[in-house]
Design a protein around this ligand. Structure first.
Ligand SMILES: NC(=O)c1ccc[n+]([C@@H]2O[C@H](COP(=O)([O-])OP(=O)(O)OC[C@H]3O[C@@H](n4cnc5c(N)ncnc54)[C@H](O)[C@@H]3O)[C@@H](O)[C@H]2O)c1
Ligand SMILES: [Zn+2]
Ligand SMILES: [Zn+2]
Length: 345
């Protein structure tokens, strides 16, 4: 079968690999029907993910059909249409039992990082009972494509902040994660949602779709001043940093009101500075993390109930065989691509 591997620093290649087979009784083999490319894949290619292994098939965002099951898989059947979790987790260890699946002692972010991922025709999914969620009949593969990664990450950002009814929520970065955070914050009852980005087209999108009530472009506006005016001089109740820009961590804590939660969902490629003397007395709560993607079934239900939709994220479709072109398009800032959907025959 064809598989897209991380060849070397800044290099990928579509190669021929053997079809995966069941290696463990909890595995499933999924025939991929749609997959996507994540900014985290670009971080791997840039050498910024320590656990990533050269030669691994990339990709951790996909939907597909179950074609083979290990004998211990309980909740899934052959032919099931499933959406995949970007994380592998056992469901049994200390961390899994607390819901902290990103730190599963038997898993973590493995697919497309340390073990072969989904940018291939077939993928082996360990711990299939926890790693795959059945897609409700009323939803298409497209509807469910982003549930296990981008949508989970967006939900995670809003959840880390504990968004309450009426909270003003600032989301830095109006990319796919930011857009999902805004929708989830809205579903949690947020008051004003403020979208911050330096990309005018993305700001326009979140405003016209109603994901954000206010948009701010730091290149054209004073972020602090605009937010003070919008929040009776208080600052925002919740901040989700989903940009990962050079100065966005600093913006994140500065726009937060005292005692706010600042949730860092972005993955930085460089160290950030925590200027404790300057923020002393502001009594902020910082939360960081790789997504604990434990709400896939709930998110699918919310899509069914029309409370969320990620369809807007698919900017362009490519045939899987053109995946190298798709990577170039996705990585090109000028293409203004939110997400790619890769289609398989
Ligand atoms: N924590 C997790 O588990 C997890 C999961 C998925 C993605 N991520 C990370 O979340 C971040 C967002 O992901 P995405 O797919 O939406 O990425 P993206 O690159 O499409 O979106 C980031 C947005 O931030 C904006 N931005 C960049 N610099 C800025 C600045 N200085 N000021 C304002 N806006 C700025 C960009 O214009 C862009 O619209 C990435 O860092 C990604 O690696 C984390
Ligand atoms: Zn991802
Ligand atoms: Zn575990």
């Amino acid at each position: 079968m064809k598989a897209l591997i991380w060849k070397d620093l800044h290099k990928i290649e579509l190669v021929e690999k053997p079809q995966p087979s069941i290696q463990h009784p909890h595995d499933a083999i999924v025939k991929v029907t749609l997959s996507s490319i994540c900014t985290s894949d670009l971080h791997i290619i840039n050498g910024a993910v320590p656990n990533a292994k050269i030669g691994t098939t990339l990709g951790h965002e996909f939907v597909g059909e179950i074609v083979e099951l290990g004998e211990s898989v309980k909740n899934l059947s052959l032919g099931d249409r499933v959406s995949a979790n970007c994380e592998t987790f056992c469901g049994e260890c200390y961390f899994c039992k607390q819901g902290f699946i990103n730190n599963c002692q038997n898993g973590g972010w493995q697919l497309g990082c340390s073990i072969d991922g989904c940018q291939a025709e077939y993928v082996r999914v360990p711990f299939a009972d926890t790693g795959l969620t059945k897609i409700p009949d009323s939803l298409s593969y497209e509807n469910a494509l982003f549930v296990g990664d981008i949508l989970s990450s967006g939900y995670f950002g809003a959840e880390l902040c504990g968004v309450k009814q009426g909270d003003n929520v600032a989301v830095i970065g109006c990319g796919p994660v930011g857009i999902c955070t805004m929708q989830c914050a809205r579903a949690m009852g947020a008051g004003k949602i403020i979208g911050i980005d330096i990309n005018a087209a993305r700001l326009e999108l979140v405003k016209t779709k109603g994901y954000a009530d206010i948009t701010i472009n730091p290149k054209a506006q004073d972020v602090l001043l605009t937010l003070k005016e919008a929040t009776d001089n208080k600052g925002v109740d919740c901040v989700v940093e989903a940009a990962g820009g050079k100065d966005t961590f600093q913006t994140a804590w500065q726009i937060a009101r005292p005692n706010a939660v600042v949730a860092i969902v972005a993955m930085y490629e460089e160290n950030q500075t925590l200027p404790l003397p300057q923020m002393y007395g502001k009594n902020l709560i910082f939360k960081t993390g790789g997504v604990d993607a434990v709400h896939c079934a709930k998110l699918l239900k919310m899509i069914e109930d029309k409370k969320l939709s990620t369809d807007v994220l698919i900017s362009r479709c490519f045939d899987f065989q053109d995946i190298e072109k798709a990577y170039a398009y996705f990585a090109d800032k000028n293409s203004n691509c939110l997400k790619i959907a890769l289609k398989y025959d």
